[in-house]
Design a protein around this ligand. Structure first.
Ligand SMILES: *[C@@H]1O[C@H](CO)[C@@H](O)[C@H](O)[C@H]1NC(C)=O
Ligand SMILES: *[C@@H]1O[C@H](CO)[C@@H](O)[C@H](O)[C@H]1NC(C)=O
Length: 315
């Protein structure tokens, strides 16, 4: 059995020392060559010169150049005024494909008697989504910007798309949504809501809504708030304050799933511009003036982690 020499043992324990020793030897060798340059023969001089040039190219090519390029790219990605990236960020220069499918319930009355719903997919209903940011303000001091997002949906008639005039039956989003919310947050109010639904929807026979896809998605289904009864009035006055319902007339409101979002500025985002630190590019700091969400039950889930989805930093 062969024993390791003390030096080998040292290298075995600290592998970094090997690199240090190599560098030291290299320096020693260079110095030696430099001292003896007068006595060197031409081929040796040539060899030394080539090695030095090779090393130089290696350093420039693999260390300095990539660093310079990366620095330049990082400077280009910051969303500061005047940058190409800023223009892309504030207005996406093309429409995004946006397709919606609805599920038609073909046996609504049977479901109310306990049958399993029979769902038939209808669609796609096609739109192009144009994303832009409005009411932009920059804050140089902390390298952030604030803006509101505005998405505009335009109907498209691509191949394979259906027109939107199809009549479909879905769970009534407003009735079911209202009852679910109330039973979760204020169950004591359920009987009041029940009376209100009967008043507003004139004693509906089902919790389903039948309308054209276009009405459900964008144009709006009419809620007739011309009611005298107390519960109905109470609920209607709440609905009338909701920004998500369209005011058609004094007593009529329009409800749709995507309509309220169309061409309407949303709530304020505050994000990093990524000029000072490119790793922060686009990261959300605040939304609607809040530093975290209130949707979930744990602090970790409520954290903002990432961008609004229209920009990503270089990894
Ligand atoms: C949806 O289902 C109903 C039956 O409940 C039917 O009359 C209607 O034609 C269906 N709509 C489409 C688009 O298939
Ligand atoms: C969305 O709003 C824009 C601008 O008001 C309008 O031109 C467009 O028709 C709307 N889209 C749909 C699908 O209704």
């Amino acid at each position: 059995m062969k024993f390791l020499s003390p030096k080998d043992l040292l290298f075995y324990v600290f592998p970094q020392l090997r690199v240090a020793k190599f560098s030291f030897d290299f320096l020693k060798c260079s110095y030696h060559l430099y001292r003896n340059r007068k006595r060197m023969k031409f081929p040796i001089k040539l060899m030394v010169a080539s090695s030095v040039s090779f090393l130089f190219i290696l350093i420039i090519g693999f260390v300095v150049f990539p660093k310079v390029i990366k620095g330049k790219i990082k400077a280009m990605t910051a969303v500061v005024p005047g940058n190409d990236m800023r223009q892309m960020f504030t207005k996406v220069p093309f429409g995004l494909d946006f397709k919606i499918y609805l599920f038609n319930v073909t046996n609504p009355m049977d479901v109310q008697k306990g049958a399993i719903p029979n769902l038939v997919e209808v669609g796609p209903f096609c739109y192009s989504e144009w994303k832009e940011k409005v009411e932009i303000s920059d804050n140089e001091k902390d390298d952030t910007m604030s803006y509101k997002s505005k998405d505009t949906f335009l109907a498209e008639h691509w191949e394979g798309c259906v027109s939107g005039e199809e009549v479909v039956t879905i769970l009534h989003p407003l009735i079911v949504g209202m009852i679910n919310t109330v039973s979760r947050t204020k169950p004591a109010m359920l009987s009041l809501v029940n009376k209100a639904v009967n008043a507003i929807y004139r004693n509906p026979t089902s919790i389903y809504l039948t309308a054209t896809a276009r009405e459900i998605l964008f144009d709006g289904i009419v809620i007739d708030c011309d009611v005298k009864e107390f519960a109905g009035k109470a609920v209607c006055s709440q609905l009338q304050q909701s920004p998500d319902l369209k005011h058609i007339s004094d007593t009529e409101l329009g409800f749709s799933l995507v309509g309220p979002k169309n061409a309407t500025a949303g709530k304020v985002f505050k994000v990093y511009r990524g000029k000072r630190n490119s790793r922060n590019l686009g990261l959300i700091i605040e939304f609607d003036g809040k530093k975290q969400m209130e949707t979930w039950t744990t602090k970790d889930c409520n954290r903002f982690r990432g961008t609004d989805g229209t920009i990503f930093r270089l990894s």
